[in-house]
Every structure is written in C-alpha cells, then in structure tokens.
Design a protein around this ligand. Structure first.
Ligand SMILES: [Zn+2]
Length: 66
C-alpha cells in the first residue's frame, strides 16, 4: 500500500482494524485477467481484505490489495 490511507472526511491517518465474520476470512473476488491461469479455468481471483478505521469519525474502509 503506497503511503498510509487517510480518512477522506477528517484527513487523518486510518488505523489498523480487525474484522470478524464468524465464518472465516472476508475476501473480495475480482475478475481475473484474460491470460491469467485462474481465468483459463474459469475462476476469479480471491483477495484478502484489509480494514482501516478512522479514529475520529469511525469510518471503516476496506482495501483488497493484490
Ligand atoms: Zn474520519
């Protein structure tokens, strides 16, 4: 992640946060590239989700980093 993500409303650095689903890790699926191995077999890429929370207003943003 390039630089610390900041809250768009408060312009303060977002803090690390933990997310609990009770059913394993939360993930995001994206369309795989056409020449990707996963796309060739009809699968989509699964990305881990990293939550960040604003300490001022409580906004939570999710980042799915490749
Ligand atoms: Zn904020």
């Amino acid at each position: 992640m390039a630089g610390d993500p900041r809250c768009p409303d408060c312009d303060v650095a977002l803090e690390d946060a933990e997310l609990f689903t009770g059913q394993g890790e939360l993930r995001v699926r994206t369309e795989a590239d056409g020449d990707d191995v996963l796309a060739a077999v009809g699968l989509k890429e699964a990305l881990d989700v990293t939550p960040r929370r604003c300490p001022d207003c409580g906004l939570v943003r999710f980042y799915a980093i490749e």
